[in-house]
Each structure stands twice: as structure tokens, then as C-alpha cells.
Design a protein around this ligand. Sequence first.
Ligand code: ZN
Length: 60
Amino acid sequence: MSRPAIRMCARCERTTTEPVLVSEIHSASGPGFNVYACAECAEHYPPLPDVLELLTEQAP
Ligand SMILES: [Zn+2]
């Protein structure tokens, strides 16, 4: 099973054959999903939040 290489850019809403993962949405009530942007828009996204770091900060 091959994954489709085409994703819709979350910023310009155009499809891109070179999707860049810009965000990971985690949901407590269901599976999370990834947000992709095209290479051009990805430059305008902030770096991915460090989820592991956030979890660590919550530890006592
Ligand atoms: Zn785009």
C-alpha cells in the first residue's frame, strides 16, 4: 500500500506533490491528523511545537 504523495496545502488550499508537515493535531477523543503545507507556504509556518517538551513541562 503506497501513500498518496499529494496533499492539500492548509494555507493556500492548493494540492501539492511535495507536502511538508507543518503541524500535528492531537485529539483526546479520536485519532489526530497531520496538517500539510506546500513547500512555499511551509516557510511561513512556525516550527513544529515540541509536543514531548510540552508533556515534560507538565510533569511535577
Ligand atoms: Zn501552500
